[in-house]
Design a binder for this molecule. Structure first.
Ligand code: PLP
Length: 390
């Protein structure tokens, strides 16, 4: 009997060691990790550069309060600003907290402008923004809201990718439009670049803020540092997490100077957010992700993986319905129940993760090689074969 909350439907597999794309279970089995801790392990497991950085920092200094200057946080913030639209960053310990900061920043910006009633945020169906009371309201998924009291006010939802519905939803109370350029949890739903451009235009016309949740699709995952770059637009606020810490709990809310300046002393805070240990890891992960050719590698591996998956789709037309892929953010819509497919692949020693819309997600380390993809595909083939004969 486990003493943990029963909120996860856990598999019994447990791991004791990781190396690159591979995980070793307590029973001595070797797995290929194409779940990547759900898009977290961007440089794989136990990356030597990151391991050295955390060891050194752990012997030196773990934590000081944010009432002091934290050079590691200053450095990481500057680096994120240098590669993005943003002028400033707030560090958190998770994605949901990064989203909370994004929502608060948007509201506070209008409050500062003397428009305190402009606090509503339009979100999109199929969204996932986290599990806090605020972010379940933003996400709007009824099953995540059920039983947790009144839904936090100030969020309205429109169908995904529907620019006309967005236009109609705008009222004098609207502060911002918030969405994931690629929805992760609801099944790798890729919003097209035209839509992103149209939303940016709409925001400009109505003086609204564009808030992006790139917690899953950002940080090199699609083959660009941030998914918004594919559309050639820029948001006003963006939430990051997952990949940014490579497995260490770290998130960030980025904002332009215009908007972020509203968050004056006293408006927000976090005890741990951006502490020396977390930001040291963040800097080490950033070192790796910003290496020359890193993003090109992601694009190349993404194409390689997608090509193989198309071959498998032809081989198993009864199993694979559709491939959705951008870089190494991959969804495979299957016909069997997604849980059965994920379990069959796990039995074939390939780890994937389920998503909405009966989609199997592949979110491998961005450092994955061609040979490793080929091996993962062999395992997937074996898993699908066993499923077909079951
Ligand atoms: C994972 C995720 C979150 C929540 O992150 P946590 O670290 O679990 O709080 C929010 N938005 C998106 C798009 C995510 O993928």
């Amino acid at each position: 009997m486990s003493a943990l909350y029963k909120n996860y439907a856990r598999s019994e597999v447990a791991f004791e060691r990781g190396e690159g794309v591979r995980l070793f279970s307590t029973t001595g089995d070797e797995y290929y990790d194409f779940a990547g801790g759900i898009a977290v392990n961007v440089v794989g497991h136990a990356d030597p550069h990151v391991v050295n950085a955390i060891k050194k920092q752990a012997e030196n200094l773990w934590h000081v309060s944010n009432v002091f200057t934290i050079p590691e946080a200053e450095k990481l913030a500057q680096r994120l600003v240098d590669v993005s639209f943003a002028d400033m960053a707030f560090f958190t310990n998770s994605g949901a907290e990064a989203m909370e900061c994004a929502i608060k920043t948007a509201r506070r910006y209008f409050y500062d402008l003397g428009e305190p009633d402009r606090y509503e945020i339009i979100t999109m169906e199929g969204a996932f923004h986290g599990r806090t009371l605020g972010t379940i309201a933003a996400g709007g998924n009824p099953s995540y809201l059920e039983g947790f009291g009144p839904k936090a006010e100030g969020f309205v939802q429109v169908p995904r990718g529907d620019i006309d519905a967005l236009k109609k939803a705008i009222t004098p109370k609207t502060a911002a439009i918030l969405f994931e350029p690629i929805q992760g949890e609801s099944g790798i739903n890729i919003l097209d670049v035209e839509f992103l451009r149209d939303v940016r235009k709409l925001c400009d016309e109505h003086g609204l803020l564009l808030v992006l949740d790139e917690i899953q699709c950002g940080y090199g995952r699609t083959g660009k540092m941030f998914a918004y770059e594919w559309a050639g637009i820029e948001p006003d606020i963006m939430a990051l997490a997952k990949g940014i810490g490579g497995g260490f709990p770290l998130g960030a809310c980025l904002a332009t100077d215009k908007v972020g300046s509203a968050m004056v002393p006293g408006t927000h805070g976090s005890t741990y957010g951006g502490n020396p240990l977390a930001c040291t890891v963040g800097n080490a992960v950033f070192d790796r992700v910003s290496e020359e050719g890193f993003l090109d590698h992601v694009q190349e591996m993404g194409k390689h993986l997608a090509w193989h998956l198309q071959q498998l789709a032809q081989k198993y037309p009864d199993q694979i319905v559709e491939i959705r892929a951008k870089g190494l953010m991959v969804g495979i819509k299957v016909s069997s129940p997604v849980g059965d497919v994920v379990a069959a692949l796990r039995d074939a020693k390939l780890l994937t993760v389920g998503a909405g819309d009966n989609v199997v997600r592949m979110l491998p380390p961005l450092t994955v090689t061609k040979d490793e993809i080929d091996e993962a595909i062999r395992r997937m083939d074996a898993g699908l074969k066993s499923l077909a004969s079951a």
